[in-house]
Structures are given as C-alpha cells and as structure tokens.
Design a protein around this ligand. Structure first.
Ligand SMILES: [Zn+2]
Ligand SMILES: [Zn+2]
Length: 440
C-alpha cells in the first residue's frame, strides 16, 4: 500500500515544468562570463566523456515512480544557482531516500555560494530539510527500517553522523570524523561517492550535507528523526540546522543553567533560535545584540529581555551595565566576524563562557587579550551544530509542546524556483528570522 501511495505522490510532485531556469543570485553578479557558460555547457552535455562517473544511477525508478528529479546547482562562486535534472539518487546501506518537502535558507550555504567557504563543485547546497521517506538502501539495518518505514515523515540534521567513528562511538555526533572527512572535505557520503548525477551527462554533482535543495535527497539514517504529524513540514525544516546549532551551543558548549545571564550577538536564523533555547533553559537575562532595529524588535518575541543596537550603543558596555558590571555567564557569537568575536569574549563575566557559532571566511582570525583570558579564566569555546541522535528528538519535543515556537521563527516561505532570490536577500540582511524553501 505504501508502495502505491509513494509512486502516486512522486508523480504528483514531479508533474511540474522541467525547463531548466537560471535565477540570479545577485544583481551585481549577473555579468555572466563566457568561461562559466562554457563550463556549464560542457558539464551538462550528454556528448561529454562519461568515463569515471557512476552511470549505475541511470534508469533507476523509485517504486515505479520517476527516474529523474530537479535540483539547484551551485557551479562556482558568485554565479547564479541553476536548476538541473538529475538521475534519481540511490540510497546505499543505512541511507534513506527522501522526497524533500522543505529546506531552510542558511548562511553556511551562502558562504559556499560566495566562495568564502571552499567546497567541492558543482554541488547541491541546502542542509536543513524535512521530507517523506520513499526508499531505504539495500542491506539497511532492520532497526533503521523499523524506525523509518516508507511513507514516514522525517527531519534531517545537517551533521549526519556515521554512527561508528571514534567520536560517534563516544556520543559526540557533532564531531563525526566521516562527516568532516567525506562530506565537508569532499562533498560526498561516507563511501567517498556522491549520490547525485546529472541526467544529461551522468557527471557527478557533490552534496553539501544531503544536498537538500532538490526534489529528493539521500541522508545517512543516523542524521534523521521522525517528524510527528502535529508538526508542519515547512517550519520544522529549521530544526535541522538553526535550532540544532542553537541547542548544541547551549546544551553542550555553554551548558546553560537556569538563572544564567545570556547575550546573543547576531539575531539571524541561528541567533534568534539561541534566544528561544535560552528561554527554554530558564535563562534570567537574555540580551539580544544586532545592528537592525527590526531584528531586535522581533528578538523580544523569542524571549529577549534586553535589546542592544550595536550601531547606536557600545554593546560590551551596555551588557556590563545590564549585568551589574560583571558581564554575562554566557555570550554567543552567531555572526562570524572578527569584531563580534572580540565583543563576545569581552562580554562575559570572570569565569564565563564565550561560545562561537558563526562561521566566517576561511582563514579568518579573532583577537583575544591573553592576560585577561588567563587571569579572569575566560573560556572561549567553539560549537558546531548538535548531536543528531541525542538532540533532534529533544528539539522535536520542545517544538511539539510550543516551548520552541517554530512558526514565529520562520519569517518567509518561498517556492523552489525562488531559492536563488532567497540567498540574495539573506546576503543583503533583509530576512528577519529564517526563510524556508518549500519543495513539494
Ligand atoms: Zn545551516
Ligand atoms: Zn561518525
């Protein structure tokens, strides 16, 4: 029965126009170089040499459904994402093929698109998703099949733990060696291969996490959790990165306790999630710092007790003033700039924790006053994502109970075809909260 239902859903999902369309990422970047066009034409050409590429993907049908899908491809820095046809991706053992329902628009993708974070290309970006299970890889563990039957609704974390490396075996999924060695370093899954191949040429396209900006994606099962019926597909997508990252920072890096004073610098998708998680953890003062009044206004909905516009006031001095001269127990930097890195360190009390969660340009440095760090026992802690197997189920519960307000956190919903525009707006700082692309 599930078999039949899935194939119907798939046909419906892929019924739309297949015309490849080019969307501008930035008005200033529209001057298309001929080299770039040639590269794309060569790459997409069916006449090109397919040796060395995995052609086993060709002709594959999911449950008698479509053999192809569309995905948004990043080719090279500062060039528009294009929509291309792919062979239907094939899950391998302990991997799940998902019909993508929604994918969040995150700054990490933007760093890749702008060339600030080097990544294998061409690739499909997008790394916080919800969707429906349509297929499990052959030889998948029976427990995984039980947990994620075909037709079940799931949410995927951007760190997809392998489940068996040194760190995964310690429960530190957020440091998974396979994820960093294969996905972040090579754009593949953990056998060293991508699951994405262009329809015309059969050439491989790499995956930023699961490559979520596509109609289907393959996710290692340990990166997934079941999404209950009570939670919507679109808003729940942000559980996989924005909320996940905020929770990881609060629970594992900062170990926030009830009554702690918290400052969050940078109130974007992740920063605003930090405010909500701080409130859920029982923080007393929750201080939001940004340079846009609109974001600071909205911060109060997420639990901020104080708001500081760092363009108008000295953020560190104001944080000290609010906390009786001491500084906060925990300050979080959710922007990824050298200046805010320093502000974050200066904002914490003696013995306090400065937690860095904003990614930045590759190779960027931050300055710290060494003597202050030593004498006042300041802890500077990096935090990246969360622990999928432990944390995602907890986040689902927080969202189900309304302790984390998903609806308020998602400020814009857009169509699949508008993904390029959404990244452009994110780059210009005009998204207050989080945008989510609906891929239904
Ligand atoms: Zn992200
Ligand atoms: Zn691992």
């Amino acid at each position: 029965m599930a078999f039949h239902r899935s194939s119907l859903l798939l046909r419906k999902a892929l019924g739309g126009s297949r015309a490849a369309a080019v969307y501008s990422f930035s008005r200033s970047l529209l001057c298309d170089s001929s080299n770039y066009s040639d590269f794309r034409r060569w790459y997409s050409s069916s006449e090109s040499d397919n040796k060395g590429t995995n052609m086993s993907a060709s002709g594959y049908h999911v449950n008698s459904g479509p053999a192809y899908m569309r995905g948004a491809v990043f080719w090279e820095p500062n060039k528009p994402l294009t929509f291309e046809d792919f062979h239907m991706p094939r899950p391998k053992a302990n991997e799940v093929l998902i019909k993508t329902k929604a994918c969040g628009v995150c700054h990490s993708d933007l760093h890749v698109i702008k060339g600030e974070l080097p990544f294998a290309s061409p690739c499909v970006v997008g790394h916080e998703i919800t969707g429906e299970v349509v297929e499990l890889g052959p030889l998948t563990d029976s427990k995984i099949i039980e947990r994620f039957p075909v037709g079940s609704q799931v949410v995927g974390a951007f760190i997809m733990p392998c489940g068996s490396c040194f760190f995964c075996s310690k429960g530190q999924d957020d440091l998974c060696e396979s994820f960093f060695a294969y996905n972040r370093a090579k754009g593949t899954l953990y056998d060293g291969e991508t699951r994405l191949f262009l329809r015309n040429s059969g050439k491989p396209v790499y995956m930023y996490s699961m490559g979520g900006l596509a109609e289907f994606c393959v996710v290692p099962a340990h990166g997934l959790t079941v999404l209950p019926n009570s939670l919507p597909y679109t808003e729940s997508a942000i559980l996989g990165c924005a909320v996940f990252t905020a929770y990881g920072a609060m629970a594992h890096a900062a170990e926030v306790r009830p009554g702690d004073a918290i400052a969050v610098i940078g109130i974007g998708g992740v920063g605003s999630s930090c405010l909500q998680i701080a409130r859920a953890f029982g923080a007393s003062e929750i201080i939001a710092v940004d340079v846009q009044d609109e974001k600071l206004q909205k911060a109060k909905i997420f639990g901020a007790t104080h708001a500081i516009n760092a363009r108008k006031e000295d953020a560190v001095a104001k944080i000290k003033e609010i906390t009786g001269g001491r500084g906060v127990d925990v300050a979080l930097e959710a922007l990824g700039r050298s200046q805010t890195f320093s502000q974050c360190v200066q904002s914490v009390r003696d013995g306090g924790k400065a937690v860095m969660i904003g990614l930045t340009l590759s190779g960027a440095k931050g300055e710290v006053d060494i003597n202050h760090l030593v004498r006042r026992q300041i802890k500077v802690i990096g935090s990246y994502g969360g622990r999928a197997r432990q944390d995602l189920p907890k986040l689902i519960k927080l969202a189900e109970r309304g302790i984390f307000n998903l609806e308020a956190a998602v400020s814009r919903k857009c169509k699949f075809e508008e993904a390029g525009e959404a990244y452009k707006d994110l780059d210009q700082g005009s998204i207050v909260g989080r945008a989510v692309v609906e891929i239904m």
